[in-house]
Design a protein around this ligand. Structure first.
Ligand SMILES: [Zn+2]
Length: 361
């Protein structure tokens, strides 16, 4: 814990200069935590730097940051320029009541503010793994999730940053992140014990998908996204039976479904498939791609793309397997493997083919 604290309390610039020996990769990330706001609250003990990097103010306590007249103001003090940076003394501060590690940049764009949390990747991973995993899962499952979360962050940063100001969004668009509220002892341990490890082929970070529950068989990227990916070709998974969504059933009123789909009264409905999973649903002769169909009815109503449907009087009965798209790593499966004594490397290598787990920094 002491070591963790010392690392957290270091100046972030020191961390940024600690480039990985193999890849030259800089292990920090920029998360766009709010975009297009005209006001927000900050709380902490921090220096405020202007866009040239000079100390322009300091805060100690709670303040309101606003944009007006083409500048950013902290309470009544206007800071000239298009950007300010909060550099907290203890490497954490609150934004609108939520605690964030690292530094916070505020950019003025078209009269509104974009708030960017600039932090060490390990701190980000600590913040997301309990959002993406169940807190009670065994340590090796959390270590698997840590490697997945880190791999995702590194891939996005290197290949498809969200904007020129930040690499990732804090929502389900990327990974759910809202600061350090969700950290706990075992998630921190999972991050520390996999420090810097990323799923790669050679030195290239891979785009690896994961999903809640495969239902017994993971899907190939080719079938679900028409994109051949040699690392995610699908495996039989006997490990996710404990998921409450391993099998599911939903009975929906046909009239509710037709109004959500905009089809008029449902005369016929059937699923179409080019393989194991549903590719589209045909309603009254009109085809809805399965993702569109699930979106219209609700991703937490039609839990996966692996289901059957039949009419039963005024109702439609959906019976399905698993939750999510089914591609890549099955999260309930990784929890099942971990509880059977498998370690995170065995788990990752079970679900993914022809990959390496490599320390990037
Ligand atoms: Zn599974």
């Amino acid at each position: 814990m002491l070591l963790t604290f010392l690392i957290s309390a270091q100046n972030i610039e020191d961390l940024l200069s600690s480039e990985g020996p193999e890849t030259g990769f800089k292990p920090y990330l920029r998360i766009g935590i709010k975009v297009g706001v005209s006001s927000f609250a900050v709380e902490g003990d921090a220096e405020v730097l202007d866009e040239s990097g000079k100390a322009a103010a300091s805060i100690q306590g709670k303040y309101t940051v606003t944009s007006s007249g083409g500048a950013i103001s902290i309470d009544k003090q206007q800071i000239p320029g298009k950007m300010i940076k909060f550099s907290p003394k203890f490497m954490m501060m609150k934004i609108d009541g939520r605690m964030f590690r690292g530094e916070v940049e505020v950019w003025l764009e078209n009269g509104a503010m974009t708030i960017v949390n600039d932090l060490f990747i390990e701190d980000y991973v600590r913040g997301v793994i309990n959002k993406e995993a169940i807190p009670s899962w065994p340590l090796e499952a959390k270590k698997t999730q840590a490697v997945l979360a880190r791999t995702f962050a590194v891939y996005q940063k290197m290949n498809s940053p969200r904007s020129d100001k930040f690499d990732l969004a804090p929502s389900v668009l990327d990974q759910v992140y809202d600061g350090l509220d969700k950290e706990d002892v075992s998630s921190n341990r999972a991050v520390n014990e996999t420090n810097g490890e990323v799923i790669t082929k050679g030195s290239i970070a891979l785009k690896i998908y994961f999903h809640s529950t495969c239902g017994g068989q993971t899907a190939s990227s080719l079938e679900v996204w028409k994109k051949d990916d040699p690392h995610m070709t699908g495996v039989k998974c006997p490990y996710c039976e404990k998921s409450s969504l391993y099998r599911w059933k939903r009975v929906l009123k046909a009239d509710d479904v037709s109004s959500k789909l905009g089809t008029g009264k449902i005369r016929s409905i059937k699923t179409l498939s080019g393989g194991q999973r549903v590719s589209s649903v045909e309603v009254n002769g009109t085809q809805f791609p399965v993702n569109k169909f699930r979106e219209k009815l609700g991703f937490s109503v039609i839990w996966s793309n692996d289901f059957t449907v039949k009419k039963d009087g005024k109702n439609l009965v959906f019976e399905g397997k698993g939750a999510g798209h089914g591609v890549g790593v099955c999260q309930w499966g990784m929890a099942g493997m971990a509880s059977e004594g498998k370690n995170y490397r065995e788990i990752i290598n079970f679900y993914l083919k022809d990959i390496e787990i490599r320390k990037m920094y």
